[in-house]
Each structure stands twice: as structure tokens, then as C-alpha cells.
Write a protein that binds this ligand. Structure first.
Ligand SMILES: [Zn+2]
Length: 256
């Protein structure tokens, strides 16, 4: 469940993210009036098995809900809540008309939330990993192995002035960067982490230790790149940045 909103005095409207139908809203009648009705299962960011009754012209009616996994630590740890809210919002974005492809983000989101809840790996690495995998699913993964203008390979370009063109998603070397509008500066180390993590799974990535600064650089780049290509500025990103700034982990890399 992504969200629940009170409706009247007795009911709830729930936003669910489903494996087969993406994001849907359902009506949970009397869920607030009678706590036993769904016996405390309707917690945001938990995994549920539900039975719905479809109604023509109305929201489907929730008739049964069984708690599969409470993912409880996500609701009690503010940083985990911030990450989970952002990932859920990203995964639930309905692509604009003409989008490259319509990603099914459910398996990835489920896997990432489970790893976050169980502390299976560093949250900051998981954050980069989730965004990278979702970028790939959505079909607009940045081309990071060559300069998009002069085609020089990443291994051969100078680390000075390296950037990514957010619009085209292509790497630009320091020699070509002056001919690009709005380049996003990225260090060579960060580009290499992005390329490495893109091929890694959670298990493999959890065994590697990354430099904190480079990870932050990767995270901040993806937080600019992904919403731009999804055509949507996630509201939960403001919350995530706020939580991170409190921990002195703000983004210090900017466009330009
Ligand atoms: Zn170049």
C-alpha cells in the first residue's frame, strides 16, 4: 500500500501498487469505524494480499486484506520512510503519452523495500541501485561509456570537466562540454560507480564499500536525471532531501 486517505468519518481511500495493474485506488468501507474490520493491516508501505470487488463507475471495494509483510522498520525509521516514499512515488508514476516504455516497477520496488526493511545493505547504495534499475526499466538509461560528441571512451577521457547532458542522457568529455547546454557535472569516479552498479544485483552490491562522496554524487545525479525523464517532480524528493540535509548529506553537485 502506498497511501491511505480518510474519507468521511468511517472510510478510507487506499492507493495500492499492484503487480499486474500498477497504481490503483480502492475504497475501504468502514475501515476507520471498525478497527477489527481489517484488523490493523492497512498500514502504508506494507505488503498486502487483497480481495477487491469491482463496481461500475466507482472505485473497487476492498473486501479482504491480509498482511503479507509489515515492512515495519520503514515506518519507524525516518530515513527509511523518506527513501521508501521516494521510490514508491517514482515507481508509481504513470508515464506520459509517448513515453519510451511503460515500466513494471513492482518487482523492483518490492525487492528494494524488503532490502531496506531488513537492512540488507547500505541505504545510500540501495538508493542509487533502485534509481539506476528503474531508469533502465523505463528505457532511458544514460549512455556513459563514450563521450556523445567525440565518441572518446570513458577510459581515455580526462577526468577534468566531465559531465552528463541531462536532456539527451549522454556523457560529455571536458573538451566537448562547452558546446552543451545545461551539462550536469559528474566525476569520473561517480560515472564508474554508476556503470558498475547498473550490472550489479543487491547481493553483489552489498559486498562492496563505496566512497561516501561518490555515492552522494551518483544519488544526486539520478535524482535530477530520473524525474526529468519521467516528466514528474516527485513531492517526496523534497522530504528526502530535507532528511538528508539534517544528516549533512546534502547534494553539493549542481547542473552547470
Ligand atoms: Zn568529447
Amino acid at each position: 500500500m502506498l497511501r491511505r486517505i480518510p474519507y468521511g468519518d468511517h472510510d478510507l481511500i487506499l492507493t495500492l501498487f499492484t503487480p499486474d495493474h500498477g497504481k490503483i485506488s480502492v475504497f475501504a468501507k468502514s475501515a476507520r469505524k471498525d478497527a477489527r474490520r481489517f484488523s490493523g493491516t492497512l498500514e502504508p508501505l506494507s505488503v498486502l494480499k487483497v480481495v477487491l470487488k469491482t463496481r461500475s463507475g466507482n472505485l473497487s471495494l476492498l473486501s479482504e486484506a491480509v498482511l503479507v509483510d509489515p515492512l515495519a522498520t520503514i515506518r519507524t525509521d525516518l530515513r527509511k520512510t523518506a527513501y521508501a516514499s521516494y521510490w514508491s512515488e517514482i515507481a508509481g508514476i504513470v508515464p506520459e503519452e509517448g513515453a519510451v516504455q511503460k515500466p513494471n516497477g513492482y518487482p523492483l520496488l518490492h525487492q528494494a523495500l524488503t532490502a531496506l526493511d531488513r537492512d540488507m545493505m547500505d541505504k545510500a547504495v540501495l538508493h542509487v541501485l533502485f534509481q539506476l534499475k528503474f531508469t533502465r526499466l523505463s528505457g532511458f538509461f544514460p549512455e556513459l561509456t563514450h563521450c556523445q560528441t567525440c565518441r572518446t571512451h570513458l577510459d581515455d577521457v580526462s577526468p577534468r570537466g566531465l559531465a552528463v547532458d541531462i536532456l539527451s542522457g549522454g556523457l560529455i568529455c571536458g573538451d566537448c562540454v562547452s558546446r552543451t547546454l545545461g551539462p550536469y557535472r559528474l566525476s569520473k569516479g561517480a560515472v564508474k560507480i554508476l556503470l558498475w552498479l547498473e550490472t550489479a544485483d543487491i547481493l553483489k552490491a552489498s559486498r562492496i564499500r563505496f566512497t561516501r562522496d561518490l555515492l552522494e554524487e551518483c544519488a544526486c545525479f539520478l535524482e535530477a536525471f530520473l524525474p526529468h525523464h519521467l516528466g514528474h517532480a516527485p513531492r517526496s524528493l523534497v522530504f528526502l532531501k530535507h532528511i538528508r540535509n539534517r544528516k549533512k548529506e546534502g547534494c553539493s553537485y549542481h547542473v552547470g
